[in-house]
Design a protein around this ligand. Structure first.
Ligand code: ZN
Length: 128
């Protein structure tokens, strides 16, 4: 009997979630032009190449934009909480939560992980 490995996400994001289980952040990288991109796509946004690979990145980033949510809009999120776009040092921006302290636009932030029961750890950011 063959046991099927349970995978999280969809085929384009399987590598991201497999790495998240090891607390590693992977970003797509173009082997032709060096462009990094997020979210993952089947081709490079910069040069249209399909020669993409996954690179582990530190998650070191700068807050590009942020807002604080004060209304309860989902049962799993207790306000207030911060939703932000952080710009990775490699270039791509990621939508995320910032936890563990206040961070303003332009502030440096670092990668952290939020444990989840039925899913791989979720990347979040905290003040650097
Ligand atoms: Zn490219």
């Amino acid at each position: 009997m063959t046991e099927t490995k349970q995978q999280y996400g969809d085929p384009m994001t399987y590598p991201i979630w497999e790495a998240a289980a090891r607390y590693e952040l992977l970003i797509q990288h173009c082997k032709v032009c060096g462009h990094y991109q997020f979210y993952p796509r089947p081709f490079c946004l910069n040069c249209d190449s399909d020669q993409l690979e996954w690179k582990r990145v530190s998650g070191d980033a700068t807050v590009y934009s942020k807002t604080t949510v004060h209304l309860k809009i989902a049962p799993e999120f207790d306000p207030p909480y911060v939703v932000a776009l952080v710009e990775l040092d490699e270039g791509p921006r990621m939508l995320c939560n910032i936890e563990g302290g206040a961070a303003e636009i332009g502030d440096r932030v670092k990668l952290a992980w939020r444990e989840r029961e039925d899913a791989p750890p979720l990347p979040i950011w905290m003040p650097a």
